[in-house]
Design a protein around this ligand. Structure first.
Ligand code: G6Q
Length: 553
């Protein structure tokens, strides 16, 4: 905690004038249907849309009027969004509870930019790590880097969890089209031994490189998996510890722990405590991505991130896509009582994108205390979830269409597919457009009757509509546009956190999880019956487990 915490807190959300006006405005427009909004304004679709480079952002199918937008923008201003953006980019310690700067934007800054943090320009540091990563990635990709027995590396296994896993997995899946196909990539995260066993079952240790990705290098899951990997490698190669040097590299901020583990710090790729775990896929944590798509591809991804950083920093709020995305989420969360936000990418390569966003959004804004330490009296971060289209249409879309909840949804579509076979892409894209249309406009009783529906079935076939959606229509999925998409959501989260006055960059809930298990582990493993001082449920569960392992209770 910093002394300045209370100085930087704006007036409580409910007391900001725009919030009060939005509350009254909500009452006035909550019954207005998207059908009416579109009927009243023939060019609403193109008017409430923005083109940013290759991304078309259509926010016309939202339950908003011009007045809503003006009020949301006023709320952003009254919440200090422009000042907070400036504070982030200038390296201020905006992560108040951990007293840290939040500078993931420096990871993708242009090489000739200057971003200072506590008086130190961090851009040269970032560039030095990128150069080291590029050199290593090139050597693995070309076969120059060999394993202990001299065989070339064919398998790359990233061991990490949370922010040290979800970004790399998502990016690898998303950019598989651009990856070097002669290399196999696997991602081990779960402490469940099954994850390691299944991911390495068909791999030859002589050809396998482990990337141990951990900011702290103390995380239980990652260190346990890394030790298991070392045992697996040495057993498989019948070799001594010296083999580790050719098969293990580390991505971390903690050189001491890396060295303790037995990884030469020459094979360590560093980053800094101003990079939050869930904001780290474009730091050294992205080494697996770089090996997969090559240093040039990685640079293009960083350039995509950077383009959106510049946009977020400089575009006026009414034309600022991530700011609008964030404000729309606030609108539904705080006024419509929406508790979830769906993200529905219509591209199979983005199959892990919703999972990635779950961490980014929910770990950032799943908070109930505002920056001054007082409890909030409004809703904060919604549940983000989703699946790639069209699969979701055959399962949960039913609830979005005809359930009782308001679920704003982001549809992400692409003008061009990376796999143009037959008519697949036309059919896929037709579904994007048809779904957002159906969600907005629904089907009235009259329309259902006109279709000749038997009277008793009419109520079941009516679609109320008025379900808000955003469409992000992107030219093609590339490293550049992937970087842009991630940055859009990062800054949307930032915008939301600013309005809600929460610290979007700490994660005390995660820290709790890291500590809790440590108490129970010895109680499961001790050879003597432990003295259990938990509640009666937990004590019984522990005893049951011990009995199953043949340990005395
Ligand atoms: C992310 C969180 C968390 C973190 C993991 C892994 O913002 O802090 O998900 O990334 O707990 O931590 P390490 O990288 O330190 O192993």
């Amino acid at each position: 905690m910093t002394d300045t915490m209370s100085d930087t807190t704006p007036v409580p959300l409910r007391e900001r004038p725009a919030y009060r006006e939005l509350a009254a405005h909500y009452e006035a427009i909550k019954a207005t249907h998207l059908r009416e909004l579109f009927a009243a304004e023939p060019d609403r679709g193109p008017r409430l849309a923005l083109q940013f480079e290759d991304i078309y952002f259509d926010y016309s199918k939202h339950r908003i009027t011009d007045e809503t937008l003006q009020l949301l923008i006023a709320l952003a201003e009254q919440s200090g969004l422009p000042e907070r953006i400036a504070a982030m980019f200038s390296g201020e310690h905006i992560n108040l509870t951990e007293d840290r700067a939040v500078l993931h934007v420096a990871l993708r800054a242009a090489a000739d930019e200057h971003i200072t943090f506590d008086g130190h320009d961090v851009v040269p540091d970032v560039q030095a790590v990128l150069a080291k990563m590029s050199d290593f990635a090139d050597r693995v990709r070309s076969g120059e880097w060999t394993g202990h027995t001299g065989q070339r590396i064919r398998n790359v296994v990233n061991i990490g969890i949370g922010g040290s896993d979800l970004g790399p997995v998502m990016a690898y899946e998303a950019l598989k089209h651009y990856s070097q196909r002669s290399l196999t990539f696997r991602f081990v995260s779960n402490i469940d031994g099954t994850d390691f066993v299944e991911k390495t079952l068909d791999l030859d240790p002589a050809e396998t490189l482990f990337i141990v990705a951990s900011k702290t290098f103390t995380t239980l899951e990652t260190m346990t998996n890394a030790r298991t990997a070392r045992d697996w490698l040495l057993a498989g190669l019948g070799a001594d510890e010296s083999a580790v040097a050719k098969h293990f590299v580390a991505l971390s901020t903690n050189a001491e722990k890396v060295s303790e583990f037995g990884i030469d710090t020459a094979n360590m790729f560093g980053f800094w405590d101003w990079v939050g775990g869930r904001y780290s896929m474009d730091s050294a944590i992205g080494l697996s991505t770089m090996i997969a798509i090559g240093p040039d591809g990685f640079s293009r991804m960083l350039a995509g991130f950077h383009s959106v950083d510049l946009h977020f920093r400089t575009a006026p709020l009414p034309e600022n896509i991530p700011a609008l995305m964030g404000l729309l989420t606030v609108w539904y969360t705080d006024f419509f009582g929406a508790q979830t936000q769906a993200v529905l990418p219509y591209d199979q390569y983005l199959n892990r994108f919703p999972a990635y966003l779950q961490q980014l959004t929910m770990e950032s804004n799943g908070k109930s205390v505002s920056l001054d330490g007082s409890p909030v009296d409004y809703n904060t971060g919604p549940v983000y979830w989703g699946e790639p289209g069209t699969n979701g249409q055959h399962s949960f879309y039913q609830l979005i269409h005809q359930g009782t909840l308001t679920i704003p949804a982001d549809f992400i579509g692409f003008l061009h597919t990376l796999n143009p076979i037959g008519e697949h892409h036309d059919l896929l894209t037709a579904n994007v457009f048809a779904q957002t249309e159906a969600l907005a406009f629904g089907k009235t009783e009259e329309q259902v009757r006109e279709e000749g529906t038997a009277e008793p079935l009419v109520p079941f076939k009516v679609f109320e509509g008025n379900h808000p959606t955003t469409t992000l229509l992107v030219d093609t999925l590339t490293p550049y546009t992937l970087g842009q998409l991630v940055a859009l959501y990062e800054h949307s989260v930032f915008t939301q956190g600013t309005i809600w006055s929460v610290d979007s960059f700490d994660q005390w809930g995660v820290e709790l999880g890291k500590v809790l298990a440590q108490r129970v582990i010895p109680e499961l493993q001790s050879s003597e019956p432990p003295q259990l001082h938990h509640d009666s449920s937990t004590n019984t569960l522990i005893a049951k487990y011990r009995r199953a392992q043949g340990r005395p209770v």
